[in-house]
Structures are given as structure tokens and as C-alpha cells.
Design a protein around this ligand. Sequence first.
Ligand code: HSE
Length: 332
Amino acid sequence: MKTISLSIIGFGAVGQGVASSILTKQNYLKEQGFNLRVVAISDSKGSEVNPEGIDIERALKRKNQEGTIAKSNQKALDIIREVEHEIVVEATPTNIKDGEPGISNMLGAFNSGRHVVTSNKGPLVLRFLELKEAAEDNGVMFRYEATVGGAVPIFNLIHEALSGNTVIGIEGILNGTTNYILTRMAEERMPYEIVMKEAQELGIAETDPSYDVEGIDSACKLVIIANSIFGQNATYRDVNVTGITKITPEALELASKNNYVVKLVCEAGKGHLTVAPRLVPKRHPLSVGGTLNVASILTDLAGRITISGKGAGSVETASSILSDILYIIKNS
Ligand code: HSE
């Protein structure tokens, strides 16, 4: 049995999803020879640290009842540097203004010789190359499947299953909130304000929903794709972005009458990055409804490969994080 210690830094929807997935999959993982021991959990108010392994069930219950995991006010960065463990799960909220506290947490982890698995887009949008190099310089791994597409394994698919292929271009829908809004407006003729509220109630919209509807979240994901897959050093400014705020119910109706849907489509190829509403034929592979995400990858050998699935959600995002954790265990 291989025992691996990890910390969960950030205990919101994603962090809790990771904890509960580790709990529910404990026996399954043990059957495969892996014992995942969570030695520290941290949220914005404080932390719990236990080198013998935190009782996850009690930790989740306490978070639920008291609104925090805090048993002490030990800081996340001190935990990352000082508590003995192998993998840091960095699940603090995305901040695309300065990338903090994610950037400091990730650099702190790499410089302490710890691997990082993250769902946090901000640091990758702002300082991808620097983070990648810091991981390489310290001989540790940097995995970020959960940053784009939630449960949909875009990076794994391209870097592992399609390795050997050259990726020519990627197009897709990478924001569940806007897809939900456009689908409901088109299919149920619901007004924008009401469907936006529904998306917020589903817990998939960003804290500031203008990030979704103005295409900012999609653009951030496209930057991560450009840097990870096309080896670019792109930032948000390199993306041409148009959101969905100017799409009227009449436009959606007209599209539908002509057998089209309107989708907020992301496109990445060498040299161009675009997020914009597009007319998509109703039977086209990109025409997925509700909160679904989709990525269609054009390669030289395999041709076009399209995958679709849940782009947000606590346990769904944890699926990608768990897969990255297991990748590190198997390959380090
Ligand atoms: N607000 C995002 C979405 C969450 O709707 O897709 C997942 O990144």
C-alpha cells in the first residue's frame, strides 16, 4: 500500500468536493494500492492540521455547521512550507487580477518540493510559464486538469491519449453558465434575468456573473489551453472576446427557425484566440445544451475528436483533481 499525504488549500465547493470524493472512494483507492491521507485543510478563516490524517467526515460536517474548517489560525502558506506532505491541492478561488493567493501557494509548494494539483485558473492565466518552470526546476509535477472543462479531461486527452498528434485547432464551449442561459432562453423563451438567477442557484456562475456573460471566464480557459497545448505565452489580452449580453430572445428565435442555436464558442489555433457567440447548426457536435461543456480537437493523425461533459460542479471538478493526484502517484 502506497500512502500519500496531501493538503487541501481552499475549502469551498471544490475543496469540499475533493475531500468528500477521497472519503467515498477510500476503499476503491485502497483496492488499487493507494491510501490518500489528508494532513491539512485550510480555508480563508484558518486551518486544521493533523500529520496522522484528518477525519474527513468530521471536517466536512464542521465546515457545514460552523462555516469554517478553522481549528487554528495557521496560515496556508506556512502549512504548505512546513507540514510534511507530497501533494498540495490548491483550490482557492480564481482571482484574475493578481492571481493571489494561488500564485504564492503554488510557488511555495514547488519551492518546498511538493507537487501541485489545482482548479484555480487565475495563476495559470497570469503566470503559466513561470509556474511550469518552477515545478520543473524543483523536480515536481504541476497538474491543472480541473481548470478547464470541469470533469471533461481535455488536457489528459491531448497530452496523454493523443500524444504523437499535432493539435491543429480546438473549438468548444467552456462556460456552463452561458450555455445554460442561452439554452433556456432559446428552448423555454425565458427572460435573461430569470435564467441568470437559475444559473446562480445551480452554483455554477462565477461570484461575479459578469465574468461568465462577458466571456471573461471562457477567455481565461482559452489562455490556459493556448499555453498548455500550443506552447504559447498568452495572456488575457491576446484573446478577442465578445460575451452574450447583446444576444436578444428575437435573435435566438430567428436562429432556431433556421435550425441553428447560438453558442458562446471558444476557438484556439496557432496565432488566434477568440471567444464569441456563433451560430451552430442544431445537429452539430458543438450543439450541447444546458450546463454542458464541449471541446472539439482537430489533430493531424486522429482527425477530429470531440468530448463533452459537465464543466462545473463540486464532485465533477473533484473527478479531474483526483485523476491528477493519481497521475502524480503513478508517475513520480
Ligand atoms: N462559471 C464557470 C462556468 C464555472 O459556468 O463554467 C466553471 O469554471
